[in-house]
Design a binder for this molecule. Structure first.
Ligand code: C2E
Ligand code: CA
Ligand code: CA
Ligand code: CA
Length: 277
């Protein structure tokens, strides 16, 4: 179909119709899904590769649709962001993830933090910090148990307001990490101004290690930069032992990826923690 004008036309038309349909489906159903509590959190453990202990969790949302089954976040988070529904959805996400970590902490199953993804639009919402505090109170979740993951690109989009907000959040004792690091072209000087604790090396740099020389150089540079700024560093998307060995050899020991565990449900994570305790 590639070199035939007519077929190409049909091909793209069909695809665009499907995309448009998909988009309308998402918009119409997201709000209802919120009311019906169809969103569910999965938790992926982060490990210290020196001790093989769990040192953190990342909360990852899924849409458990009654007919379609589990819908991955990349299919609905962008729509939720564009429509503003990410604000109420984000509230539910924070509520569920803080409930989980408070439960595990209080029952002595872990001393690790829960990392929650926060999008640019959520940060721009005027009531963000108030809502966050209210949810923490309600769930009796200590700020020390919480980490917020903010993408490098969303920090760059918001600038002054975001920097102020991040300082407020930091002062409460919540950890802040920069997600997808290396994809947003921010400078070292800029990073120094931000009240951040931790940098996550994006999976796109990890997946072709150790063979890809460019990715290897970028990964090395991110690790050494984090060390010089006294920031914690974690590699995400580690699938092979070679990838783990490579980042270890450069001084990065915190690991998240399928090599250790895929994201799992609350019940499965609870069972896993009980098994390890
Ligand atoms: P992200 O924040 O970069 O999350 C990491 C993604 O990599 C997750 O995909 C995770 O399941 C996946 N992953 C982890 N280890 C491996 C691995 O070893 N191999 C491979 N191939 N993948 C791995 P997921 O859960 O599909 O989430 C995709 C993206 O959706 C996230 O990327 C994040 O940008 C967004 N997202 C997920 N949950 C939330 C949420 O609660 N709130 C917001 N605002 N965004 C979310
Ligand atoms: Ca993340
Ligand atoms: Ca990432
Ligand atoms: Ca990402």
């Amino acid at each position: 179909a590639k070199d035939d004008g007519k077929n190409t036309y049909h091909f793209y038309t069909k695809e665009m119709t499907e995309q448009a349909f998909e988009r309308i489906f998402m918009e119409n159903n997201l709000r209802e899904a919120l009311n019906r509590n169809e969103f569910e959190m999965y938790y992926q453990p982060q490990y210290d590769s020196n001790t093989n202990e769990i040192v953190g969790f990342e909360a990852l949302v899924r849409w458990n649709h009654p007919e379609r089954g589990l819908i991955p976040p990349q299919q609905f988070i962008p729509v939720a962001e564009e429509t503003g529904l990410i604000v109420p959805l984000g509230r539910q996400i924070i509520d569920m993830a803080t409930t989980a970590i408070a439960e595990w902490q209080r029952s002595g199953l872990t001393k690790a933090r829960m990392a929650i993804n926060v999008s640019a639009k959520q940060l721009r919402d005027a009531s963000f910090t108030q809502t966050l505090s209210a949810i923490l109170d309600k769930n009796q979740c200590l700020p020390e148990w919480l980490e917020l993951e903010i993408t490098e690109s969303s920090v760059m989009k918001n600038t002054e307001h975001t920097i102020k907000l991040l300082h407020q959040i930091r002062r409460r004792g919540i950890t802040i990490s920069i997600d997808d690091f290396g994809t947003g072209y921010s400078s070292l000087a800029y990073l120094k101004k931000l009240p951040i604790n931790k940098v996550k090396i994006d999976r796109s740099f990890i997946c072709n290690l150790p063979e890809d020389k460019d990715d290897a150089e970028i990964t090395k540079a991110i690790i050494s930069m984090s060390q010089s700024l006294n920031l914690d560093i974690i590699a995400e998307g580690i699938e092979t032992d070679e990838q783990r060995a490579f980042v270890n050899s450069e001084g990065c020991y915190m690991i998240q990826g399928y090599l250790y565990s895929k994201p799992v449900t609350y019940d499965d994570m609870t069972a896993k923690l009980k098994g390890e305790a």
